[in-house]
Design a protein around this ligand. Structure first.
Ligand code: GLC
Ligand code: CA
Length: 561
């Protein structure tokens, strides 16, 4: 495998609106981010992915961009952005922007022009169809609910939006549009960003000509997935994008890719793949239901293990997955992947180690390093996220009581990850001196960065040790490039695997409250990390405490063990 500059790094996602507010307007901003770079450097972070901070009406919290060449005044100025780039560079850190080019905002100039003159140049930047009374061009359901078709204001046409109606889809079949996208990417790369996280990219190729698919709910519509299964040839767009942009700059790119066809994996992230990496969402999508969030199945420790192992087996040494526990679209990982009632610093550390030591590039989402948890949502009126609001409606329509519908969507809500970062036990968790745009999780008194930085046994300190281990000269090679191999895969509530490279590491976690014995395959040289004060051993058996996780440097043995 050809080594790349980003392979041995650790990435951290910032959701700017909720990270740190520097001017008391209740909204996080770039100067706020700059003020926390020391914090990130101390943790050991190298790469920072910024969720969108471009001008936006914030219909989908910035994933609806009205100008790709500027910064939203709520988040700061271009001068702030340039300062952030300088300040990160000084610390040997890298910045990734979010590339949101499946769609733009309906307030983008291109869309305004398209409304003014649908037959003109910009009409062809979107998917426009003549409006027919009583009939939609297709029966596709948007990700945020309802039809994907909306009237194009002031015209006799309709436009396509697979997300919110304020997010019109861009027409990637049009070479002129594609050139505009590449121009923008290169503009940012010239400015000094090191790459991009690429949003919703799997949607850029539509199955054409437009057709209806079998309805899968009472609304008579079908999931976008039905259409995507029929869309072929996305590779031509992605290959062209890579060649015209990332490749020339040796930039890092990570795709938000769901449900790629297995045989396409090497096209996506193999040698000369479309992207450097893509996220592993295998755990995140587990239990999902076509009916909606209310019908989603809970994930158990054994399911979690199976999802991680499946993803690892699938990717092998084809390339590098980007591993996450959560992001801004998911509930908090500790609230989801740790069995109910067992969420505590020890189990949070277990989850951290099991995920972090997988082969691939680890991404930490802001607050994950503190073990931030889901927020209690007591009324639907508290909810900001458009996706949660839609899923609530879907749950009600399915016959759930308002109370049950709220419980069902609260555990999946994207707002869980979007509550303000918990910096300290001061008012508003130290996030703002004003009124935070979204309710702070009341548990900030006990879960916050200031306390955890002081405490050598905190979740944050554990993350810091994991990061330091990944970077240590002795173990780096093994952790970054070593192979992945399950150990005692069939043992219930035990998640264990080897990483084999220059060294042989064994990661072992007792994924339950009760203690559990696990056989050691060989003697160990050293305990590299342990979330408990000790490790009980009787002969070749380890007696693991509830939620104990250990990383062992073991004597190398044959593969049959
Ligand atoms: C991606 C983003 C999500 C957004 C959607 C539409 O999934 O991560 O936040 O709502 O794309 O841009
Ligand atoms: Ca602010």
């Amino acid at each position: 495998m050809i080594k790349k500059w980003w392979h041995d790094k650790v990435a951290y996602q910032i959701y700017p609106k909720s990270f740190c507010d520097s001017n008391g307007d209740g909204i996080g901003d770039i100067p706020g981010i700059i003020s926390k770079l020391d914090y990130l450097e101390d943790l050991g972070v190298d790469i920072i992915w910024l969720s969108p901070c471009y001008p936006s009406p914030l219909a989908d919290e910035g994933y609806d961009i009205s100008d790709y060449y500027d910064i939203d005044p709520r988040f700061g100025t271009m001068a702030d952005m340039e300062q952030l780039l300088r300040e990160t560079k000084r610390r040997n850190m890298y910045v990734l922007m979010d590339l949101v080019v499946n769609h733009c905002s309906d307030e983008h100039e291109w869309f305004r022009e398209a409304c003014r003159d649908p037959e003109g140049k910009y009409g062809n930047f979107f998917y426009l169809q003549d409006k027919k009374e009583g009939e939609l061009p297709t029966n596709w359901r948007s990700y945020f609910g309802g039809s994907v078709w909306e009237d194009l204001p002031g015209t006799d046409k309709q436009y396509l939006h697979v997300f919110h109606k304020k997010q019109p889809d861009l027409n990637w079949e049009n070479p002129e549009l594609r050139q505009e996208v590449y121009k923008n990417i290169n503009w940012w790369l010239e400015k000094g960003v090191s790459g991009f996280r690429i949003d919703a990219i799997i949607n850029i190729k539509k199955a054409l000509p437009f057709a209806n698919y079998e309805a899968d709910r009472a609304d008579g519509l079908c999931s976008i997935q039905s259409m995507l299964r029929d869309a072929h040839g996305i590779g031509e767009f992605l290959g062209e994008m890579r060649d015209c942009t990332f490749k020339k700059y040796d930039a890092f790119s990570v795709g938000e890719v769901f449900n790629e066809k297995p045989e396409e994996l090497s096209d996506f992230i193999g040698e000369n793949g479309y992207f450097s990496s893509m996220f592993d969402f295998n755990e995140a999508i587990f239990g999902g239901s076509e009916k909606g969030w209310y019908d989603a199945k809970m994930i158990t420790p054994d399911d979690y293990k199976r999802c991680c192992f499946e993803a690892q087996a699938k990717v092998g040494d084809i390339g590098f997955l980007s591993n996450i526990i959560e992001n801004h679209d998911e509930p908090r990982g500790v609230s989801r992947y740790i069995p109910e009632g067992s969420c505590c610093p020890r189990s949070k550390k277990l989850l951290a180690a099991l995920n972090f030591m997988l082969r691939g590039l680890p991404f930490i989402y802001q607050g994950q390093e503190l073990g931030m948890e889901n927020v209690p949502i007591t009324s639907i009126d508290e909810v900001d996220d458009i996706s949660t609001l839609d899923e609530y409606r879907v749950a009600l329509e399915a016959g759930l009581s308002p109370e049950d519908a709220l419980t069902a969507v609260a555990r999946m809500s994207r707002d869980n990850a979007r509550t303000p970062m918990q910096w300290s036990a001061e008012i508003n968790a130290g996030f703002t001196t004003g009124k935070p745009w979204l309710k702070v999780n009341p548990n900030y008194i006990s879960i916050n960065a200031a306390d955890q930085q002081e405490d050598p046994d905190s979740v944050r300190s554990f993350y810091k040790k994991l990061i330091a281990l990944r970077k240590s000269p002795e173990y780096k090679e093994t952790i970054v490039y070593g192979t992945f191999e399950p150990y005692l895969e069939e043992q219930h509530n035990l998640m264990a695997y080897y990483r084999r490279g220059e060294r042989t590491l064994l990661v072992m976690g007792n994924y339950q409250m009760e203690e559990q014995d696990a056989v050691l395959p060989a003697d160990y040289r050293k305990i590299l990390l342990n979330n408990c004060p000790e490790l009980v051993r009787e002969g070749d058996v380890l007696r693991l405490q509830g939620f104990q996780v250990v990383i062992l440097d073991i004597l190398s043995i044959g593969k049959d063990h």
